[in-house]
Ligand binder design. Structure first.
Ligand code: MG
Length: 313
């Protein structure tokens, strides 16, 4: 009978949790407090001479349990409450992968597949960041999309929060040997209009390590340099978790980014310190923002992009 009642309680709690009426942590604390009260009542009714209720000790127990409870994954928290070890439902969503890993899977949004620029608009880019929007003037040429000499940066019309992005790019060929450093094939993938993943010809073009291809510009150098030669297609696979804001100028959790460059991990879930600045002295001014576009930087070099797709997470 008691077991049945316990199960009914579990179902009630699950109903509350899954309808977002109460968080797991709130529920757990509530249960511990109820247990403590029940224990306290029982001990108050106990004969004189028994050990009195030690509230400090109870508080320590609650703290210990809630701390360890916080360390569990959401899946383990469900297991904790339901005592079910093999969770069947809801079934993990089945999607179709691409024929090869660089193809978009069935749940991806195709941002550029070589046919049109319908997903894109354009913004001016300057020291103050992106300027006003206008229709895209990039052209489809040389197997991909690239800016004309008068174009601004390309920007997705859609905005995104957390995502997995696949993008392929190549830097221009035929630049004279006198074009070096940041002038050689400079572009970038600017996330949510704020955080730049650098694109550069870094095959044989020494520049500052936190400004070469695969860098979170001015913040993190890539772990290694797997660059291919100019004119060869290269890939970025970017996993990005957007910031959550504590207030208008402070991150509750900073943006985080993982970058796989030509199949090689070059950024491992690093915490971005703030919007990209040049020259980049780390006095980052954080300004609250919502979901944002993906921008492809126009830096005066006709860097070409193809096969761009994104999965919202
Ligand atoms: Mg750049």
């Amino acid at each position: 009978m008691l077991l049945t009642f316990s199960h009914q309680l579990i179902y009630l709690f699950n109903y509350l949790i899954f309808n977002s009426l109460i968080t797991m942590k709130q529920l757990f604390i509530l249960m511990l407090l109820l247990f403590s009260c029940a224990l306290g009542n029982a001990q108050q009714k106990a004969p004189v001479g028994r050990m009195p209720v030690n509230f400090a000790e109870q508080e320590a127990i609650v703290k210990k349990f809630t701390n360890s409870f916080d360390s569990l994954t959401p899946m383990q928290q469900i297991m904790f409450f339901t005592n079910v070890k093999h969770i069947m439902d809801p079934e993990v969503t089945k999607i179709e992968p691409g024929k090869i890993d660089s193809d978009p899977p069935s749940d991806a949004i195709d941002l550029f597949n070589g046919k049109d620029l319908n997903e894109w608009e354009e913004v001016a880019w300057g020291r103050g960041g992106p300027g006003g929007k206008k229709p895209i003037t990039w052209i489809i040429k040389d197997g991909g999309m690239q800016p004309s000499s008068s174009s601004g940066s390309a920007q997705t019309k859609r905005v995104f929060r957390d995502f997995q992005l696949h993008i392929e790019w190549k830097t221009p060929t035929g630049l004279p040997a006198t074009v070096t450093g940041q002038d050689r094939g400079n572009s970038g993938v600017i996330i949510q209009g704020n955080y730049e993943v650098q694109i550069l010809d870094s095959y044989s073009n020494r520049t500052y390590r936190n400004g070469q291809a695969g860098a979170v510009y001015m913040q993190y150098a890539p772990l290694v340099n797997p660059s291919r030669k100019e004119g060869e297609w290269q890939t970025y696979d970017i996993i990005y978790t957007a910031p959550r804001f504590k207030d208008s100028t402070t991150y509750f959790t900073p943006p985080r980014i993982t970058i796989i460059y030509n199949g090689v991990l070059v950024q491992n879930n690093v915490a971005i310190q703030g919007p990209t600045f040049f020259p980049g002295i780390p006095q980052y001014i954080i300004k609250e923002h919502g979901d944002g576009p993906i921008q492809l930087q126009q830096h005066g070099n006709p860097t070409t992009f193809r096969n761009i797709w994104i999965r919202e997470l």
